[in-house]
Design a protein around this ligand. Sequence first.
Ligand code: GRF
Length: 200
Amino acid sequence: MTYPIAVLVSGRGTNLQAILDACASGAIDASVVFVASNRAGVPALVRADRAGVPHGAFTTDEYKTRAATHGAMADALVAAGARLVVCAGFDHILAPVFFVKLAGVPVINIHPALLPFFGGKGMHGDKVHAAVLAAKAKESGVTVHRVHPDTVDLGEVVVQRRVPVNEGDDVATLSARVLAVEHEAIVEAVRRCIAKEAVS
Ligand code: GRF
């Protein structure tokens, strides 16, 4: 059965694109049934539109509170029939009501480092890579993990991949090397989640 998944985004959307491409090529037996963003007009929504996937922006400007915003987003995902939610470059912490409305549908997130290192509140995007470089770490990586209410970067690991830090790396070179691995890891994580759900 082609597995219905939803993807949450905030910006560029290259991880979303990796998932859309894997669905289109048959690399995973899944279909993106909804893309939700916490920002309007971002490139990720253009990618969803181009792929013919229903999408929407749920902003705190419009819904006023985080709970109302994430509640409306959850309603859209449930209505679309999503059975897995993938946070792919989504930079809000999901309100508890989101999980209540999703009623047990698993939520996963991709983080551009080797958790439990270089994670937690405020640690996202280029800040992660800058912290890895400042710590003179020899390697970084990618972690895809489960998301639970009121926690940040603490859920069970679904997929983890190592990425070397090279002599002379800066944030741009390191983030580009990590991003290429993110695109493989996120597809592998979706594959694992849907295989697990299919047998349970
Ligand atoms: C990725 O590095 C992801 O790990 C982080 O934000 C970035 C999003 O990239 N959470 P994109 O929007 O998927 O291109």
